[in-house]
Design a protein around this ligand. Structure first.
Ligand code: BG6
Length: 482
């Protein structure tokens, strides 16, 4: 299998923005250290404001030190920084010249016909004009274009963007990224389900009572007010990351692990879902949000969303699926819980078990990724009393600590997906038909925005979210788990 991509010129739109500093530049550094960058490559960061190339190197270093693995080898960093360029001045259908010239210079330096990889780390409204600019100046040849999420902001803008993008690029040039799909623990769901005999037989409505996909975050919106005020939790997290996670959890066995069969199965999951009713959605906003810099003092943007959805097919009919995510919450977790049905007869109630106790399978997609099975076990001692017990698979324990931290196996979600894009592998990217359907699913909520409840910073969100899941309870925090 090819690991070192062909030579490439990489252009990052939004090159000095939050995503570039937090994820993309640290990702290039990690890929460089792991020997997974092409033999010859150049990264050109671009945005409206200008800065010299050396300053871009400093910006990359600051991002790597704050959000990545840091710099402990100065020579290696100097070599890395020599691949970085920066061009300001904006870009669009009318004025693509500075970026076009920078690409031409980089290509002359590299020689041959390198891949052109464009990464659009910019607000969704600029995707269309930038794509047109790429077309206008002929940069679409040999090009792959990575679009950050959200791809569109509602069904109409999705359709318009899709049309513009397709007027410039062929489908195999389009990489719609959702970095949750690059997370090891989520990719592992396919292995868990389809490489073992143990899990798939119980992965259905006969055995599962309900599913929770829970992604609380402790961070607030930081310096992202401009993006977040327009986007909100629903578009930023739910219709993208949480729905994509759901599609992997719920899909039917694909005929093969190739890109199209997998994407077909994900699309069928979305097709089997009914549009979400505003009555099944709770929106929240953390109390200090409106005093954040750049946020309107009367902002109604939701920083929290919880909802109930169902998949009406043979496997999942009648199994409620609860999604929850929010900023400024009590813990950072990315957890999927499949809660098993209780046995038909409750013999142990009163013996350390309440009638809400049940066994679970829990996937962790953040921190020490892996999964756990939690169940009830007999406590040691003379009495027949039960207590909670669990068995856990951790990537750290089972793989990383054994291979001594091999940098190739440690690449994170963004690194994996950037590397895939450089290799031309779209398996872990999303397809337009799937995304189009997700916008249809949330259209009722976009039209009839649910009321926004305030919640305390550092809490688990508004009480209304507990009412949404009742009589069940949120699995997190674990000490309240049922
Ligand atoms: C991004 C969202 O896509 O994902 C952010 O825009 C969110 O709001 C982030 O914080 C979560 O990323 P991670 O690295 O914690 O999976």
């Amino acid at each position: 299998m090819q690991l070192v991509p062909d030579d490439a010129v990489i252009v990052v739109f939004g090159g000095n923005g939050d995503l570039a500093r937090r994820k993309l530049l640290p990702a290039f550094w990690d890929l460089h250290l792991a020997g997974l960058m092409p033999e010859r490559w150049v990264v050109i960061g671009t945005s409206r404001s200008d800065m010299p190339d050396e300053q871009y190197g400093d910006l990359a270093r600051a991002g790597i030190e704050e959000f990545g693995r840091g710099v402990d080898d100065e020579d290696a960093f100097a070599e890395f920084a020599s691949h970085l360029r920066y061009r300001g001045g904006g870009f669009g259908p009318d004025d693509p010249s500075r970026v076009r010239d920078a690409v031409a210079e980089a290509e002359a330096e590299i020689g041959g016909e390198p891949t052109r990889l464009f990464y659009l780390a910019v607000p969704p409204a600029t995707f269309g004009p930038i794509t047109e600019g790429i077309g206008t100046c002929g940069l679409d040849q040999r090009a792959r274009v990575v679009f950050e999420k959200p791809f569109g902001t509602d069904p109409d803008s999705f359709a318009a963007l899709d049309e513009t993008v397709r007027s410039v690029l062929a489908e195999e040039q389009i990489y719609r990224i959702d970095h949750f799909l690059g997370k090891e623990a989520l990719q592992n769901v396919l292995a868990l389900r389809f490489a073992n005999g143990m899990f798939e037989p119980v992965w259905n409505r006969q055995h599962i009572d309900h599913i929770q996909i829970d992604v609380p975050e402790t961070i607030g919106i930081g310096s992202r007010a401009a993006f977040y005020e327009e986007t909100g939790a629903m578009r930023d997290m739910v219709v993208s990351h949480l729905f994509q996670v759901l599609s992997v959890i719920a899909l039917e066995p694909p005929v093969s692990l190739d890109s199209d069969p997998l994407m077909d199965e994900k699309r069928k999951v979305f097709e089997s879902m009914a549009p979400v009713s505003p009555d099944d959605v709770v929106y929240g906003q953390y109390r200090s949000y409106r005093s954040s810099e750049g946020v309107a003092p009367d902002s109604d943007t939701e920083t929290f969303a919880a909802m109930k959805v169902e998949i009406d097919n043979w496997r999942w009919s009648g199994v409620p699926i609860y999604l929850r995510t929010g900023k400024a919450m009590a813990e950072k977790r990315q957890t999927v819980t499949l809660a098993f049905k209780r046995p038909p007869r409750q013999m142990f109630v009163g013996r350390g078990v309440d009638e809400r106790s049940r066994d679970h399978l829990t996937l962790e997609m953040a921190g020490d990724q892996g999964f756990a099975i939690s169940f009830l076990a007999k406590r040691p001692g003379p009495r027949l009393e039960l207590g909670p017990a669990s068995m856990r698979f951790s990537y750290e324990e089972s793989f990383f600590s054994r291979d001594g931290g091999d940098p190739v196996s440690r690449i994170d979600a963004y690194e994996r997906l950037l590397h895939d894009a450089l290799l031309g592998d779209r398996t872990l990217f999303t397809r337009a038909d799937g995304i189009g359907r997700t916008w249809e699913l949330v259209e009722p909520i976009l039209r009839h925005r649910p009321e926004v409840h305030l919640y305390h910073d550092g809490s688990w969100g508004p009480d209304a979210a507990d009412a949404l899941i009742a009589p069940r309870g949120w699995h997190l925090p674990e000490d309240h788990a049922h």
